[in-house]
Design a protein. Structure first.
Length: 181
């Protein structure tokens, strides 16, 4: 079972819940229920447009802030709408990785960077993998993007691990692959 971590107000000291204007315009295909009664959908419309504008910045932040990425720590991210109802849904850029440390580092780097301030209402979260993608994995090591077992809903943005010739257990970072693979 995949763990999902989204912000939820637990006290009066935390900031108010984010609001996304006209969330119904950003609701795409229903994907499932996560964390109790929290539903999620593919993002489209204004949320997807905002994500498209910020994607390159996120990739640059991750490439410069997260340092070397272990081969087992491929980080994939995409945007979804989360909420109890379509009328209260908020966009979340979700970072997926089997290794909790890697995905938490990605979330922290994006939050520290401040790039989300341009898009108030967009949140970030992480999970091992999107629950609707049942078998997210890298297949045998040809290194080609066709080896990713992702469905068409994922935007295919990730940190591409490159083995370090000095230490095969470590990896070097590489510029992002083109989106829309």
């Amino acid at each position: 079972m995949s763990a999902i971590h989204l912000r939820s107000p637990l006290s009066l000291l935390q900031r108010p819940k984010p609001v996304w204007e006209n969330p119904e315009l950003s609701i795409g295909t229903f994907r499932g229920v996560a964390k109790g009664a929290l539903k999620y959908w593919d993002a489209q419309g204004p949320a997807q447009q905002a994500y498209d504008q910020i994607c390159t910045d996120i990739q640059q932040v991750l490439n410069s802030s997260c340092g070397p990425v272990r081969c087992s720590s491929m980080v994939v991210y995409d945007i979804y709408m989360f909420g109890r109802e379509t009328s209260t849904a908020v966009p979340h850029i979700m970072f997926s990785c089997k290794q909790p440390k890697s995905r938490k580092q990605a979330v922290a780097a994006v939050q520290r960077s401040g790039i989300l301030h341009r898009f108030p209402g967009i949140e970030v979260g992480h999970w091992e993998y999107p629950p609707h993608i049942l078998n997210m994995r890298l297949l045998a090591s040809s290194g080609l993007e066709e080896d990713l077992d992702l469905d068409d809903s994922a935007s295919h943005h990730f940190l591409q691990p490159i083995p370090d010739p000095e230490d095969p257990t470590e990896t070097l970072t590489r510029p992002p692959m083109p989106s829309g693979i």
